[in-house]
Design a protein around this ligand. Sequence first.
Ligand SMILES: *[C@@H]1O[C@H](CO)[C@@H](O)[C@H](O)[C@H]1NC(C)=O
Ligand SMILES: *[C@@H]1O[C@H](CO)[C@@H](O)[C@H](O)[C@H]1NC(C)=O
Ligand SMILES: *[C@@H]1O[C@H](CO)[C@@H](O)[C@H](O)[C@H]1NC(C)=O
Length: 500
Amino acid sequence: MKGTVIWLLLLLPLYFPGYPISSCMGNQIENLNRLIASRRSSNAPRPELWARLDDAGNSHDSPVYVGSQKGSMQADKIDKMPGQPEGVDFYHYAGYVSIDPVTDRALFYYFVESPVNSLNKPLVLWLNGGPGCSSFGYGAMQELGPFRVNSDGKTLYKNEYAWSNVANVLFLESPAGVGFSYSKNSSDYTVVGDKRTAEDSYVFLLSWLERFPQYKTRDLFITGESYAGHYVPQLASYILSRNKSTYRTIINLKGIAIGNAWIDDDICTKGLFDYLWTHALNSDETNEGINKYCNFASEDLVTKKADADTTTDQCNKYQSQGTTEMGDIDLYGIYAPICNLSAIKPGSDGNVLNFDPCSDTHVESYLNLATVQAALHAKATKWTGCSGVGWTDSPKSTLPEIRHLAKVIRVWIYSGDTDGRVPVTSSRYAIKTLQLPVETAWQSWYSESEVGGYVVGYNGVVFTTVRGAGHMVPSYQPARALTMITSFLQGKLPPGRPPS
Ligand SMILES: *[C@@H]1O[C@H](CO)[C@@H](O)[C@H](O)[C@H]1NC(C)=O
Ligand SMILES: *[C@@H]1O[C@H](CO)[C@@H](O)[C@H](O)[C@H]1NC(C)=O
Ligand SMILES: *[C@@H]1O[C@H](CO)[C@@H](O)[C@H](O)[C@H]1NC(C)=O
């Protein structure tokens, strides 16, 4: 049973810091499960919290490698994607940016310009989570990019709700070892983590802006989902701290938006179990057991667990019971169908309005075609959606970064409300700890004449739900996701009820 497997991953010590994640199951959340499992099962001291970056930033006062980018932009232009639909009316680019020329470490990107008025539209960087999963294979090809892959694994169909309608969108596969991004130094695949990911992403951005100099002064927004609840606030904080250093290169960072974001281990886990019970997926007995025995409130779960073993065993028992009770559903969209490859009718075309639970498989087939890899200027490789990179550092919480960012740039936290993995309850509990005053009361917003979700404006943070969307929000609700992100980019709340 799929549900059971997922929960076993959550509960078993399958991953330890510095140990490669093996047998990846090609799902960004399963990598997250492994990481969390390691936290819950290991008595090892927690990794050092990543340097908090709201101070003077002196620790980052060193020059950054930026290689020559001459001619690279033209070279990266994509001529034609194999199997693309008619009417491709935009420019798109793909290629590598070198991060470290000595060991040869390079990150792969895919960039889509807006078909109309691209010069007047902002730059949006999108990051998927995992850790270790591909922003290209998930974000671009299954969520907010201009194309989706048909069930033949060879042809593409159009996503009319692509975020490139309102922005120029850059997808980055990071760190090295993920997707097409690589390193010639194989230890880079076993000792990476949050810190390396942020630093490399920063170097990437500087070089990329040299390659595409027309974007140097453009408003930049960083967005992402799931474990990008770490990547996005960390990269944003790093950019701001770097902006204070001697070697600063001004990046015009204006805001961040994170969806179904893993922000704090304890808070997210508590939110998850509360969601399962309130959505009728768990019994009263399980809920009571979890509330009684699981100590989510503790500042340091691992230390607490070490001297309270019985509590932990009981906690694990009830969590495990909750898993079994849930049955074989898609936890990432609790009302969505699950993938059955043998039920696919040959020759059937995809439609962005019909959520495709098997899109992982189609994308993996497509991105492994030699013609596709050549069209993308990628090195010939076996591409996988999520990779077995070993994660060494991951702070328990990114709330300190979020708290700081909320004072200086736009911060939106959004949540697809049918996701059970990093559910809306987790986001609400996390925001609650920030104790921000409400400035705009909870209200419904509209997309295509229906309620698209609910929004509440705090001082510094906007929280919005996307109604009927699972973990990968634009995959489940493309139109509502586009309305939401358009409002974010404009810096205003999503629209209210349309006049009747
Ligand atoms: C390879 O990577 C490891 C870990 O990042 C690093 O310690 C080592 O110096 C690197 N080797 C070379 C030759 O750069
Ligand atoms: C970066 O620093 C410059 C110069 O001090 C400042 O004008 C700009 O607002 C800063 N950018 C951000 C995003 O803080
Ligand atoms: C998958 O689809 C096939 C063909 O329609 C069907 O026979 C089979 O029972 C389905 N499997 C599951 C697990 O639903």
